[in-house]
Design a protein around this ligand. Structure first.
Ligand code: NDP
Length: 450
């Protein structure tokens, strides 16, 4: 990297850190983008003159609110609710809601920031946002979750709308929570509109939305492998997580002839060397979505290995699909993956690899796709759900899946064209960041100082 470029990055990051010294996840996300786009900015001084970077890292608006709710015993709790409306240059704010005890402004700002570039890559007219609460839906009854969602939406409803801000799910927010949130919005506003995506099929949802993020991450990996004349057929695949993204990533890998050997939750991971087949995956879906149990129960049922408190990256594989949470692959684990012959990483989760891990992947010249490109399928199909809601029609499964596949291929092509080095190797991080950034920056410039 040239001296002037590193100086530019250092000085900008000093500025970011001085403004919000404790938001380390946000710093990490900004640093990754600034590293990629610095050469472009230095070659196009008009962007710098209009302070495009300073503007793009500053949310257009953040709302934070109190969420009081009562548990089944009548005890009152108070959680914090947030919505970060990051950027509306390309369309209304769009991005998920996360319910998890670790939720804070740093996490939501990093997710909202990533979302802006991801949404830009989909080529759909979507701005970026993210929200959520430090509420933990684990070990809560359905009624408790419903009361929490109702209280959360009672405040959030005044800030969102089908043409303003359209939230969706994320960690801890699945079909059940979206239903409760939608019901409360409708009740207060007396409007049946597409204000949320990820809705049930009978009430405005889209086919393939639940599958979209996981399928999309696998479609992206397939595109990367195709460039090397390879496919999923016969490949051993490690997946982390066992929630929405992990389940459907596993489903698509199985359909493509790969062998999924691991899944995990926050308590540990299972290693099934025989492979998680369709029947075993149905069990995982039942376990996680209906009886809301722990992945350990899989090991008890099928008699395979379970490692408490560990992540699956020590298991030998050809492809790794991190689908749980941020910073779940560190440098040591990245080195282990490479040493064991892993050649493809496609991130279903957001920012699951630490910067040091990404550095190892780049050094190893493997096929590595960052979340903002590889997991864009979820928001892409959310965009398609919004279109169907506006037109009051429902597309078939094949139609939506076909569009998802086309979008993932096009994101892959954009990454290749912006991230390809002279020797043919593709830096997908640079590709995704530059392609995503240029469109948003141009729109912001055209719209004046907003
Ligand atoms: P879910 O809540 O459905 O599943 C999350 C999974 O990850 C669970 O198995 C959970 O285990 C595990 N997990 C969560 N936090 C941690 C942690 N701190 N350490 C270890 N394991 C953890 O969420 P999703 O599948 O929807 O989301 C997974 C990832 O994908 C997130 O990074 C999300 O931002 C990203 N994503 C999701 C999209 C979507 O459409 N849903 C779209 C794009 C990205 P446990 O049950 O024990 O908590």
């Amino acid at each position: 990297m040239e001296k002037s470029t590193s100086k530019f990055i250092r000085s900008f990051m000093d500025y970011v850190k001085a403004r919000d010294p404790f938001q380390k996840e946000f710093h990490q996300a900004v640093h990754e983008v600034v590293e990629s786009i610095a050469p472009f900015l230095l070659n196009n001084p008009n962007y710098n003159q209009s302070k495009i970077l300073e503007r793009i890292i500053e949310p257009e608006r953040i709302v934070q609110f109190r969420v009081p709710w009562t548990n089944d015993k009548g005890v009152v709790s108070v959680n914090r609710g947030f919505r970060v409306e990051m950027n509306s240059a390309l369309g209304p704010y769009k991005g998920g809601l996360r319910f998890h005890p670790t939720v804070n402004l740093s996490i939501l700002k990093f997710l909202a920031f990533e979302q802006v570039f991801k949404n830009s890559l989909t080529s759909l007219p979507l701005g970026g946002g993210k929200g959520g609460s430090d509420f933990d839906p684990k070990n809560k009854s359905d009624n408790e979750v419903m009361r929490f969602c109702q209280s959360f939406m009672t405040e959030l409803q005044r800030h969102i709308g089908p043409n303003t801000d359209i939230p969706a799910g994320d960690i801890g927010v699945g079909g059940r929570e979206i239903g409760f949130l939608f019901g409360q919005y409708k009740r207060i506003r007396n409007e049946f509109t597409g204000v949320l995506t990820g809705k049930g099929l009978e009430w405005g949802g889209s086919l393939i939305r639940p599958e979209a993020t996981g399928y999309g991450a696998v479609y992206f990996a397939e595109e990367m492998m195709k460039r090397k004349g390879e496919s999923f057929d016969g490949k051993v695949v490690c997946i982390s997580g066992s929630g929405n993204v992990a389940q459907f990533a596993a489903e698509k890998v199985i359909q493509f002839g790969g062998k999924v050997v691991t899944m995990s939750d926050s308590s540990g991971f299972i290693h099934d060397p025989d492979g998680i087949d369709r029947e075993k995956l149905d069990y995982v879906m039942e376990l996680k979505n209906i009886s809301r149990g722990r992945i350990k129960e899989y090991a008890e049922r099928y008699g395979c290995i379970y490692k408490v408190g560990e992540r699956p990256w020590s298991v030998k594989c050809d492809v790794a699909l991190p689908c749980a949470t941020e910073n779940e692959i560190n440098q040591e684990e990245a080195t282990m993956l490479l040493k064991n012959g892993c050649e493809v990483i496609s991130e279903g989760a957001n920012m699951p690899s630490t910067p040091e891990a990404v550095h190892e992947f780049h050094k190893g010249r493997i096929l590595y796709a960052p979340g903002k490109a590889a997991n864009a399928g979820g928001v892409a199909v959310s965009g398609l759900e919004m279109s169907q809601n506006s037109m009051r029609i429902n597309w078939t499964r094949e139609e939506v899946d076909g569009r998802l596949h086309t979008i993932m291929k096009s994101i892959h092509e954009m990454c290749v064209s912006y991230g390809k080095h002279n020797n043919g190797w593709v830096n997908y991080v640079d590709g995704a960041n530059v392609a995503g950034f240029v469109k948003v920056a141009k729109a912001m410039m055209a719209q004046g100082y907003v």
